[in-house]
Design a protein around this ligand. Structure first.
Ligand code: 3PG
Ligand code: MG
Length: 395
């Protein structure tokens, strides 16, 4: 529960104290250009709160998966630049994560300033969760804040290490995310409709089960729908199927509360100018691949969403990055946006889709966590949240 997590107000530190803050700055980048800065703008409330109280904000995060070695392609430089623009002040980027090149920069930072460490994953100790690396990190600071909800499912050094020894709190974003998701899990208004898409049904079964405990209806789209269609006894042409999951899908369908597509957009290939057809779910021809839910399915799903009091949407309905296969995801995005209920879009691709379609302001909450949001729904807790609940030991 969000209330178990110590919040910023409980953190005691003096003027000029260095506060290490873990963010999820893992933004999508193309050629060094930030495609979507949601994970930076949502970090601002915690940074502003600490600056107003004259802390030195020692910000840190990861970008991509550089594999434990320095790699300029994964430098945090674009994040430092964007953060500086948004805050209206210089945000120096330390040339490394820890060590003698970093300490003097942090030590000489004035109260109210922000300094960003280089990509945590340049250090092999981060993902390996090495105590030695965690010790080097905590030596940079007097207190610790975790505002990286989207990375709190990772048992990594910067997430679980510092709260063992530093006074700590959850940041504004992390607490908000946990509040919203725990409201969905603990006290959702009914009807509660879940919408799940994405490629692999195997990755989502735990979430489907967790949702079926709470939702009245779960709507399924994306490539994972085809394993369900196989479980219904249909042939699905060249569509993606996980044969080892068919029995599990059958079990889930037997609840009678899972809806799967009744029609499908199929194509010969995945391209912008692909030849497409709309066919009934039971009549996908050989040599064709299912790429999106069809218009009849989209209308049925929109009807369910129009009557929902609570909605959780995670995962696109088709390969929406390509125009011929974007209609299903667009229809669901519009239906979620106009639903009168409490609406939450869970991270990753669906968050990107709803933002790209200009509908993010019409939903109650767009989560910055993809994997983290799903794991929270499935398990009701995350390693990073559990770490914040413990009392720090004396250093
Ligand atoms: C994410 O984008 O899901 C988080 O930042 C975690 O990144 P990871 O999946 O590389 O651990
Ligand atoms: Mg991820």
């Amino acid at each position: 529960m969000a209330t178990d997590i110590p919040q910023l107000e409980s953190l005691q530190f003096s003027r000029g104290a260095r506060v290490l803050v873990r963010f999820d700055f893992n933004v999508p980048l193309t050629d060094g250009h930030i495609d979507d800065d949601l994970r930076i703008t949502t970090a601002l409330p915690t940074i502003e709160w600490l600056r107003d109280r004259h802390a030195v904000v020692v910000a840190c995060g990861h970008l991509g998966r550089p594999g434990g070695a320095s790699d300029p392609r994964y430098s945090m430089a674009p994040v430092a630049a964007r953060l500086g623009e948004l805050l209206g002040c210089e945000v120096p980027l330390a040339p490394a994560v820890v060590g003698p090149r970093v300490e003097p920069i942090v030590a000489s930072s004035p109260p109210g300033s922000v300094v960003l460490l280089e990509n945590l994953r340049f250090e092999p100790g981060e993902t390996a969760c090495e105590p030695g690396f965690a010790t080097n990190l905590v030596e940079l600071a007097e207190a610790y804040v975790n505002d990286a909800f989207g990375a709190s499912h990772r048992e990594h050094a910067s997430i679980v290490g510092p709260p063992r020894v530093l006074p700590h709190a959850g940041g504004r974003l992390l607490v908000k995310e946990v509040e919203v998701l725990s409201r969905l899990l603990d006290s959702p208004a009914h009807p509660f409709v879940g919408v799940l898409g994405g490629v692999k049904v195997g990755d989502k079964l735990g979430v489907i089960d967790a949702l079926l405990d709470r939702c009245d209806t779960v709507l399924v789209g994306g490539a994972m729908a085809f394993t369900f269609l196989v479980a219904q006894g249909y042939r699905v042409g060249d569509s993606i199927v996980q044969p080892e999951m068919v029995d599990e899908c059958r079990r889930v369908l037997e609840t009678g509360r899972v809806r799967v597509p009744v029609d499908v957009v199929v194509a010969r290939d995945a391209s912008d100018d692909a030849e497409t057809r709309i066919v009934p779910a039971g009549a996908i021809p050989d040599g064709w691949t299912g790429m999106d839910i069809g218009p009849e399915t989209a209308a049925l799903y929109a009807d369910e969403l129009a009557g929902a009091a609570t909605v959780l949407w995670n995962g696109p309905m088709g390969m929406f990055e390509l125009a011929p296969f974007a209609s299903g995801t667009r229809a669901v995005a519009e239906a979620v946006a106009s639903s009168p209920g409490f609406t939450v879009v869970g991270g990753g691709d669906s968050a990107a889709a709803i933002r790209r379609m200009g509908l993010a302001r019409e939903v109650d909450h767009v989560s910055t966590g993809g994997g983290a949001a799903l794991e929270y729904i499935e398990r009701g807790d995350l390693p990073g949240l559990a770490a914040l609940r413990q009392k720090e030991a004396a250093r």
